[in-house]
Write a protein that binds this ligand. Structure first.
Ligand code: PEP
Ligand code: MG
Length: 322
């Protein structure tokens, strides 16, 4: 039954088209994504190629790899996320300085903007590979408009240098950011003016919104996707993107649960990026239910004052939804 789903579109029973992309990291994930009927790549985590080496890869090494990834999705978009290192993700050849709070520290885009040499090398690698497919570039852990302006300035310089040295690269590759810090939710309207699209990283957004380490079992009851603060943050981003006429997707684990996906659908999200094996079940849920029902569910959930109440509503929905 799941086999047959692969080539069917993710469309609600009342006709709304939803996009289901895959999260990938390794080359072997290309096959897994295609196998599960992904429509593209909503999140390519580029830190994996950095992790499995003995030194920072140069632009040509990266370009060779990114080309292979782009060629793995000939008619589809691949959303390449720049290096998201630090926090819990180390590199065997780079000694990160000790920090008391690494998740509040030197990680992700903050690393890239300080180690501009490494960042430029990655952007060059992506641009060199760009003619091989349909890339977009996404930046993680954005907390301000200034960061985006700094990124655009650097990217323009890298692009210019490549052209001056005779390289053929795509012009105007779409640029997006991840919304995964509460500050980004608060200023999402301003951020949207600076980029082509946004993607909500619920793994980190939940962690930072609720001040609960995503890897700490001790506080796992605080790490709660159904907390009203999390749900209203997502709703705010969805509304702001619709208002701005820009694309919004969700690429965190939260949407891998079919009922959560229906809830998020009801809140206005039309594009998801999931670990590929989660795609069939989510697609099945989408195809079995009308959008109208999802919107009713979202309405009922968004007036809840507590996670407990949210879970009661979801439990009830389990019996009415397919
Ligand atoms: C997220 O934070 O939700 C996300 C998709 O990125 P990562 O899990 O790689 O931090
Ligand atoms: Mg993240």
């Amino acid at each position: 039954e799941m086999e047959g789903l692969r080539d069917l579109p993710a469309v609600t029973s009342d006709g709304s088209r939803i996009t289901l992309n895959a999260n990938i990291g390794l080359l072997s994930d290309i096959r897994v994504a295609n196998l599960h009927g992904a429509e593209g790549v909503g999140l390519y985590r580029t830190e994996f190629p950095y992790m499995t080496r003995t030194a920072f890869p140069n632009r040509n090494e990266q370009a060779a790899l990114y080309r292979k990834v782009l060629e793995g999705f000939p008619n589809q978009t691949v959303n390449i996320r720049t290096l998201d290192i630090g926090g819990d993700k180390g590199l065997p050849y780079f000694p990160f300085p000790h920090e008391d709070n690494p998740f509040l520290g030197w990680r992700s885009i903050r690393f890239s903007l300080e180690r501009e040499d490494i960042f430029r090398e990655q952007l060059a690698g992506i641009l060199l590979a760009s003619p091989a497919g349909h890339p977009t570039i996404m930046f993680p852990l954005i907390s301000s408009v200034d960061e985006i302006r700094q990124i655009r300035f650097i990217l323009a310089e890298v692009s210019k240098e490549l052209h001056q040295s005779g390289h053929d690269t795509l012009q105007n590759v779409p640029l997006g950011i991840m919304i995964e810090i509460p500050a980004a939710v608060q200023i999402v309207d301003f951020l949207l003016e600076e980029v082509d699209y946004v993607s909500i990283g619920t793994n980190d957004l939940i962690q930072y919104t609720l001040a609960a380490d995503r890897n700490n079992q001790r506080v796992k009851q605080y790490y709660d996707p159904h907390h009203p603060a999390v749900l209203h943050s997502i709703k705010r981003v969805a509304d702001a993107a619709a208002q701005a006429g820009k694309k919004v997707s969700i690429c965190g684990e939260m949407a891998a649960d079919p009922l959560n996906a229906l809830l998020l659908l009801g809140m206005g999200i039309r594009e998801f990026s999931l670990s590929a094996p989660s795609i069939p079940l989510v697609k099945q849920a989408i195809r079995a239910n009308p959008l109208e029902e999802c919107q009713r569910l979202a309405e009922a959930v968004l007036i809840c004052r507590s996670s407990y109440d949210v879970r009661q509503v979801l439990l009830e929905a389990r019996s009415t939804l397919q």
